[in-house]
Design a protein around this ligand. Structure first.
Ligand SMILES: C[S@@+](CC[C@H](N)C(=O)[O-])C[C@H]1O[C@@H](n2cnc3c(N)ncnc32)[C@H](O)[C@@H]1O
Length: 242
């Protein structure tokens, strides 16, 4: 059915949450086989310089693997985990039942393009594998800038192909040779993984993400590479609100 094809998803991102709902229960299993998945998130989470008492948003938190990367950095503060897939959030809710009871984590079903926060109210935002799914990157980043306090930090972590000639062929090889067949086998659905490969190959390059952040009022933008085969395809960006 056209509505559920990866092409439709790619062109109309509003159906992305439905596809994540389908794979939610198997998501952690599929990522457990993805080399370095949690370590890469931990490295990006460490880019956030936190004292521990901050209000932090984990935007597009999914099942909470990105939340695990920042949780040790929060002592008296709070993490609000936001996603628009009920299925992914249900898994996160189970994972963090203790922290939710303690008031350290809050789970919130929201669309990242329409966040319900007053301006200048958030200390930090971590967005892992989220920006690429947004229908309008510019609007998303300007909204994040608006809700952050002055001096607030944003860390973006996503697949973004570097300018080296081999980054795209490497990604296509990894995507169609490993990610799609393997994750389809583990999760029982191929649509979201074909969409992943297509959306990455058409996503912004690291230098474009840097410009996107600077054009929306962020400063001190730094880019970090991840190790091994992820070096040309996976990047993290830290930016501060002026
Ligand atoms: C690849 S998962 C990443 C999950 C998690 N951050 C991690 O690192 O494992 C992307 C997540 O983005 C969520 N997402 C996509 N579009 C969204 C939107 N417009 N608003 C909120 N969440 C969205 C999906 O539901 C999915 O859970």
């Amino acid at each position: 059915m056209e509505k559920f094809s990866s092409r439709f998803l790619f062109e109309n991102k509003k159906n992305v949450p439905e596809e994540f709902n389908k794979v939610a229960r198997r998501y952690d299993l599929a990522t457990a086989f993805s080399q370095g998945y949690q370590d890469d998130l931990n490295r990006s989470g460490n880019l956030l310089q936190l004292k521990g008492d901050e209000l932090v948003i984990d935007l597009c938190c999914g099942t909470g693997k990105s939340t695990l990367a920042i949780l040790p950095k929060i002592s008296t503060g709070k993490i609000i985990c936001i996603d628009n897939s009920e299925g992914m959030l249900a898994v996160a809710k189970e994972k963090f039942s203790k922290e939710i009871k303690e008031g350290k984590i809050e789970i919130s079903l929201q669309d990242a393009m329409h966040l319900n926060f007053v301006p200048n109210s958030v200390d930090a935002i971590f967005m892992a594998y989220g920006l690429r799914n947004m229908p309008d990157y510019d609007l998303c980043i300007s909204n994040l800038h608006r809700i952050l306090k002055t001096g607030g930090q944003l860390v973006i972590h996503d697949y973004s192909l570097s300018d080296t000639w081999y980054s795209k062929p490497l990604w296509m090889f990894l995507g169609y040779g490993f990610i799609v067949p393997f994750c389809t086998l583990l999760s029982g659905s191929s649509t979201i993984y074909i969409y992943l490969v297509k959306s990455v190959s058409n996503f912004l390059r690291p230098s474009q993400i840097k410009s996107l952040l600077e054009n929306n009022g962020f400063t001190n933008v730094t880019i970090m590479n991840q190790p091994s085969w992820r070096r040309p395809v996976l990047h993290s960006f830290r930016a501060v609100k002026k």
